[in-house]
Ligand binder design. Structure first.
Ligand SMILES: [Zn+2]
Ligand SMILES: [Zn+2]
Length: 183
């Protein structure tokens, strides 16, 4: 396998299994080089829990790289792309030609955390809960669906508190990092 240098530290990136996907990780700055086609799956299908992702994000995060990075494969300039975590100004670095994305240390876990606050994630969790409940007791399908339909406020409250805990986790990480790395 060809070695690729870290776009920040220039040390050789090491292959790693991340959520079942092959990625390259920097042993120094804990950044990840991920194929774009795999990023969406990693983001949307986290097998790690909230606490695990929070630990990973906290331990790895050293700040969002502000300077222009060069693609570890083609050496071309990478483009800054928002990570789409509401309320947080974080970026991944993207080489469109190679379909490679660079995540600074901890940012991949933060992207996973951030996705958990989106409507798509909540819908998916809700569907999963419903399927699990129906599998346990299929006879109560109609009653269950009716109950779910009649409890919009409770469902929203649950989602909201979950969303808040994710934002708390991300906020703590960024706050700590700012203290550790004054600009
Ligand atoms: Zn590095
Ligand atoms: Zn490239």
């Amino acid at each position: 396998m060809i070695t690729r240098p870290c776009p920040i530290c220039d040390v050789a990136l090491e292959p790693e299994d991340y959520e079942g996907f092959r990625v390259l990780r920097c042993p120094e700055c804990q950044g990840h080089l991920v194929e774009l086609t795999r990023y969406d799956a990693i983001r949307r299908l986290p097998s790690k829990g909230l606490a695990e992702l929070e630990t990973e994000a906290r331990d790895g995060f050293q700040g969002d790289s502000a300077h222009v990075l060069r693609c570890p494969r083609c050496r071309g300039v990478m483009a800054k792309q928002p990570l789409h975590i509401p309320g947080f100004d974080l970026h991944l670095d993207l080489c469109k030609g190679c379909s490679l994305a660079w995540f600074d240390g901890g940012e991949l876990a933060m992207a996973q955390l951030g996705y958990q606050t989106t409507a798509g994630f909540r819908d998916r969790q809700e569907l999963k809960r419903r399927h699990e409940a129906l599998a346990v007791d299929p006879d109560r399908k109609a009653a269950f669906e009716e109950a779910v339909a009649q409890l919009p406020l409770e469902r929203d409250t649950l989602s909201q508190s979950f969303k808040e805990s994710v934002f708390d986790a991300l906020g703590h990480i960024l706050f700590r990092t700012t203290l550790r790395w004054p600009l």
